[in-house]
Every structure is written in structure tokens, then in C-alpha cells.
Design a protein around this ligand. Structure first.
Ligand SMILES: CC(C)(COP(=O)(O)OP(=O)(O)OC[C@H]1O[C@@H](n2cnc3c(N)ncnc32)[C@H](O)[C@@H]1OP(=O)(O)O)[C@@H](O)C(=O)NCCC(=O)NCCS
Length: 148
């Protein structure tokens, strides 16, 4: 079932023609940066309004993904000109959960956060994960498996 909270509604409205720009800027006023190019599946949830969430334009997000405040998905090598970067994007698969303050930083190619991955609070993830793994720490390491 689709969420009825304002930030989540704006996330979907962002993709509408023309009015989508209004939704995009309204989200920015709420402290959430999700470019219109970011594809997002069903039942996306910005927990607690997702204040401080920043998502790179080359990101694709699956179904039932939960993102908490302060999460960043982006390019690791921001100190380099974008033309020199080998970063190609980030994929967040279905049922992933990104805890408060977590950062997902891709350097080369596509970084994939696999289905069901849990990323701990304030983790800095620099590599792809496998299904249902739990990652935490700086840099993030696998600390367990999710029990369904
Ligand atoms: C990552 C997390 C999901 C792991 O939970 P878990 O599977 O129960 O794992 P454990 O508590 O058994 O911890 C496993 C190991 O990871 C470490 N760890 C757990 N969370 C960590 C974190 N956020 N950062 C760094 N290390 C962490 C533990 O110290 C432990 O290390 P050890 O094996 O050396 O003792 C959880 O700790 C977490 O960060 N949840 C986020 C919840 C949150 O932010 N809630 C507020 C919402 S508003």
C-alpha cells in the first residue's frame, strides 16, 4: 500500500511532467535531495521524513526500500572532476534498509546494495553487498545476516 505521508507523496510526484519540478523543490525545502532522474519502485519510505537524505542522480531504487534521515548515496571521488570519475551509479534493490546517517559511496562502476541488505547507523559502505547481509562500521564490513 502506498504511503500517505507528505515526503513519500512528493517523491512519487517528482516524476510527473512539469508539476514534478514543484514536487522536487518542495522536497528540497523539507531537506531531501532526490533528483527527478532517480527511479524508485513501489512502497518507498522516507522514515521520519528523511531529513538530510541526499541521493545521486544516477541511482535506481527497487521496491519496499526504507531510507532513514541523514543517508547519502553518491560518488566517492567528489574531489575529482566528474569527467575523470569511473563512477557509474548506485542500485538499491528491493527490501533494503539504510539506517540513519549511512553513506553509500561508489568509486568505479555500479555499486549494488543487494536485496534485503541492512546498512547500520552511520555506516560508510564502499562496496557491493549480497542478499540479506547486514553491514556496519566505517568502512562498512559485513557483520551478520538478516533473519526473515
Ligand atoms: C547494524 C545493525 C542493524 C546490526 O544489528 P545486529 O544484527 O543485531 O548486530 P549486533 O548488534 O549483533 O552487532 C554485530 C556487530 O556489529 C557491530 N555494530 C552494530 N551496529 C553497528 C554500527 N551501527 N556501527 C558500527 N558497528 C556496529 C557490533 O558492535 C558487533 O560487533 P562485534 O561482532 O565486533 O561485537 C544495528 O546495530 C544498527 O545499526 N541498527 C540501526 C538502528 C537505528 O539506527 N535505529 C534508529 C532509527 S531512528
Amino acid at each position: 500500500m502506498a504511503r500517505r505521508d507528505l515526503p513519500s507523496m512528493l517523491v512519487y510526484a517528482r516524476r510527473w511532467p512539469l508539476a514534478g519540478w514543484l514536487a522536487y523543490y518542495a522536497l528540497k525545502l523539507l531537506g531531501v535531495e532526490i533528483p527527478r532522474s532517480v527511479e524508485i519502485g513501489e512502497e518507498f519510505y522516507l522514515v521520519h521524513g528523511g531529513v538530510g537524505v541526499v541521493i545521486h542522480p544516477k541511482t535506481k531504487i527497487g521496491n519496499k526500500v526504507k531510507i532513514y534521515p541523514g543517508v547519502t548515496l553518491g560518488r566517492a571521488d567528489v574531489h575529482k572532476p566528474v569527467e575523470e570519475s569511473k563512477f557509474e551509479g548506485i542500485i538499491i534493490e528491493d527490501d533494503a534498509l539504510l539506517s540513519p546517517g549511512a553513506k553509500v559511496l561508489g568509486k568505479a562502476g555500479v555499486l549494488k546494495v543487494a536485496k534485503g541488505t541492512v546498512l547500520g547507523a552511520n555506516a560508510v559502505l564502499l562496496e557491493s553487498t549480497k542478499e540479506n547481509e547486514i553491514w556496519a562500521g566505517v568502512p562498512a564490513k559485513r557483520v551478520g545476516m538478516r533473519q526473515e
